[in-house]
Ligand binder design. Structure first.
Ligand SMILES: [Zn+2]
Length: 297
């Protein structure tokens, strides 16, 4: 049996967590903190520096790849949380920057992604990690926007309630989760394959690299690139599934220099090394086809 460029060989899964699409709530905070009034401009002029959907779609289209976008339906601080929580800084971080995925402009974007061959998956809200009904409701909201069904996703902040979260995921009809990993460390940690917590078709994609775990502490962009290159070689040598997370707002080169360049270079290099590249959903389908074929042999 021969299969060409199918996961099980070297695969690179591309994912984007859509945490924020507006900069609104962060601007005054960062302008004060960094004494940089340019952050206020996005409030005044109505520019939307974190709205990177079209940019990123165009980039991936040019590179001839598709990816997974995980959409968040976070609770509203003022509507859903108690006044006691309004004054806590953590609450603002979690809830105040939220967007409404059913907002017509956003819903259009998500449908455009779906129609264009991208995967639109669920970015389970912070509290949903151990709340099956909330998770189910969030999936339903997203499916109300899309034409097809949602088959997988990642929990916000990689927040997992251990194996219970995966039980919730499976119970509401998800086929994979991509939350297993770290926001401060990167690498394979000796784990080159996907996990199967129930020994069935439900798959967990370990997160190999989140951009934030690498770039802010990198001495230079070139150094960061060498780390990426090293991970790709490791993936290649072990026929690994490598999963990377780039938050869309980091594609704004003015605010986050280097992130976009690194992402692009990663994809070009992976292609040159013969990797299969795509969304987790497609990778899962290919893994399933492979698993079925091998069980019939
Ligand atoms: Zn998130």
């Amino acid at each position: 049996m021969t299969d060409t460029a199918v996961p099980g060989e070297f695969a690179l899964c591309l994912t984007h967590d859509v945490d924020r699409v507006y900069k609104t709530y962060q601007s005054p905070y960062y302008a004060v903190l960094e004494r940089d009034p340019s952050h206020l401009r996005s409030l005044v002029t109505g520019e939307r520096p974190y709205w990177q959907f079209e940019e990123l779609m165009a980039l991936e289209d040019e590179l001839d790849v598709r990816s997974s976008w995980y959409v968040l339906d976070e609770q509203s601080l003022l509507r859903d949380r108690s006044p006691r929580e309004w004054l806590r800084p953590e609450s603002w971080k979690l809830y105040a920057g939220r967007y409404d995925p059913t907002d017509p402009e956003l819903a259009d974007v998500f449908r455009a992604l779906e129609r264009g061959g991208w995967e639109v998956g669920l970015h389970g809200s912070y509290e949903s990690a151990d709340d099956r009904e909330r998770l189910r409701a969030e999936k339903r909201t997203l499916e109300g926007i899309l034409e097809g069904s949602v088959v997988g996703g990642r929990q916000h902040y990689l927040n997992l309630a251990g194996r219970r979260s995966w039980e919730h995921h499976r119970a509401i009809g998800l086929e994979y989760d991509a939350s297993y990993g770290s926001s401060t460390n990167y690498g394979f940690d000796g784990r080159y394959d996907v996990l199967r917590p129930f020994d069935d078709s439900f798959v967990v994609f370990p997160l190999t690299l989140m951009e934030r775990a690498l770039l802010p502490s990198a001495p230079s962009l070139e150094w960061a690139w060498r780390e990426c290159r090293r991970l790709l070689e490791e993936a290649h040598d072990h026929d690994a599934v490598m999963t990377v997370l780039w938050h869309p707002r980091y594609m704004n080169e003015n605010e986050f220099p280097g992130y976009r360049t690194l992402y692009e270079r990663l994809i070009r290099e992976a292609r040159a090394m013969g990797a299969w590249i795509g969304p987790c959903r497609e990778c899962h389908e290919l893994l399933e086809a492979r698993r079925e074929a091998s069980s019939q042999r």
